[in-house]
Design a protein. Sequence first.
Length: 307
Amino acid sequence: MAILASINFQWVLLSATFLGIAAGMFGTLAYWKRQSLMSDALSHAALPGVVIAFMIINEKNFFILILGAALSALLGAWFIYVIRSSSRIKEDTAMGIILSVFFGAGIVLLTLVNRSGSGSQSGLDTFIFGQAASMVRLDVYTMVILATAIIVLITFAYKEWKLFLFDPEFARGIGLSSRGMDIAYMIGLVTTIVIGIQAVGVILMAALLIIPAVSARYWTQSFKIMLLLSGIFGGLSGAIGTFLSAQGAGWPTGPFIVLSASIFFVFSLFFGKEKGFIAEKMEFRAQQRQALSENEAPGVLKEGGHK
């Protein structure tokens, strides 16, 4: 296909693949930390920061926009912490409040900017559902570098992440700072979210974090293998979704990436060897046969005259 020969498409495809790998791997950390909803809340909370950053510089500089998104998302995370710690409101309720308020504020600001004409002309509205085709070479470089940093952070600190998630008491005992790991986790989560909001969009970015990790969980009980599989599922979802969205003019990238990830999820749901529907059914039948054979064994001995 002609589009495969396009240098610009190849760079965008590369960035989406790296984004998918980083999101899939970090999504595994979020899955085991039981903060999937936090990913959704912070991705929506990033929108006001994007718009405010654009209003300040009045141009679509990807690095500045994601810096604004990161500050907005971190502010949202801080508000969640304040609401949870200073009131009787539970964490999931606080996340829902911040998600709604920040996203609503972002939509209002985006509407005001678009009415001025500069927002729509710059493609600022593509941050809602994502549009990888609108990315320029500098955007791609920024995304690949930051996604690579996330992958390196997880890979080289694998043992620390494992202790942080599964044995925090032992981690504190050997001198691993839980506060430091919490800060590193939050910075990594926010970075993963904000680098993907142009390609995937603020609405669907959380799905790219959550779905590959859940899909990988159906195949293994090993944390290391789950990280690897989640990264593979995320990378393939990013690449396939970007390729499909490029087949039509103006097709948003985010929905195609999420649909691609959903295919891996459905396949894993049915065929995954750990609690997949078919695997569970086969295991249940094997247990039935074993129970039946154990119940029949005494009768066979009795008829043989040995009892």
